[in-house]
Design a protein around this ligand. Structure first.
Ligand SMILES: [Zn+2]
Length: 269
């Protein structure tokens, strides 16, 4: 008689758990194909190409530092403050914002031009920070593209046909959609972050109204990968009304935003 087969059980359990990670947003264990350490490696590999494909950075150090400072205010109170976050404003005219694994968060000129307050900017960045914290982008990238492909893509433009380049994959990454529940979590936890950082959470409802109004004039890139803004505004408003937030000193920052972003973007060169 042998008891050997029993030894397999703990080994198997260990193996199954090796790819598990607790999502701090949902508190649930999730199976992750990408180890968390690789998030930064992937972020660093794809961030320069995303920047390039979206017109490069807005060449105004004051706008960059303002966007970064608002983002860092939120990142500091997030579930993962230890990540090195980068908040980058891009020249692209589309109305968009996106996050790469490892803390690289982009917002376009088109989005910045349409926002009106610092609290609205904080809301967009908070939503993207939640995607990083919950590792939604890492998850979607590993499922849709595959870790080995992501890591083995080459940077050279002169590659034989059939070989995937970082440029090819960056286009796919920009079009990735997360699940409806991931998006709702990003909105609702983003709302908590906005309040914890001292901002007015109604700004997130306003942003949904801005996106909804703009979508009547032209297709909005951010909306092609996100649920309808009217639905998002409804559950955000409901959460604010059901919460006991103390909003007495909540910051809106309309003047600050106008001076730091809108006036700078319309300034003749
Ligand atoms: Zn999102």
């Amino acid at each position: 008689m042998t008891r050997k087969p029993h030894l397999l059980i703990p080994t198997l359990v260990f193996c199954l758990c090796a790819g598990c990670a607790t999502n701090p947003i949902t508190g649930k264990q999730e199976f992750m194909l990408i180890p968390e350490e690789q998030d930064i490696q992937i972020g660093r590999k794809y961030a320069p190409e995303i920047e390039k494909q979206m017109g490069g950075r807005i060449p105004d150090p004051d706008i960059q530092s303002y966007v970064n400072q608002v983002g860092q205010n939120i990142a500091r109170i997030s579930h993962k403050p230890h990540i090195e976050y980068h908040f980058i404003a891009l020249q692209d005219k589309s109305i968009n914002a996106l996050a790469l694994p490892g803390g690289f968060i982009f917002i376009t000129k088109g989005m910045l031009e349409n926002l009106q307050t610092e609290a609205q900017l904080a809301g967009i960045l908070a939503h993207e920070i939640v995607h990083v914290v919950a590792r939604d982008s890492a998850n979607a990238m590993s499922k849709e593209i595959g870790l080995s492909i992501l890591l083995s893509a080459v940077t050279s433009e002169n590659t034989p046909s059939g070989v995937l380049t970082v440029a090819d994959l960056s286009k796919q990454i920009m079009g990735l959609r997360y699940s409806r529940s991931d998006e709702q979590q990003a909105d609702l936890s983003g709302l908590d972050y906005v309040v914890a950082a001292g901002y007015d959470p109604y700004a997130m409802v306003e942003t949904m109204q801005i996106l909804s109004n703009q979508s009547k004039n032209r297709p909005i890139e951010f909306l092609s990968t996100h649920p309808a803004p009217e639905n998002r505004a409804a559950y955000l408003r409901q959460k604010i009304q059901n919460s006991n937030f103390n909003l007495a000193n909540a910051k809106v920052g309309k003047e600050q935003y106008r001076a730091a972003v809108l006036d700078q973007l319309t300034k003749p060169n």
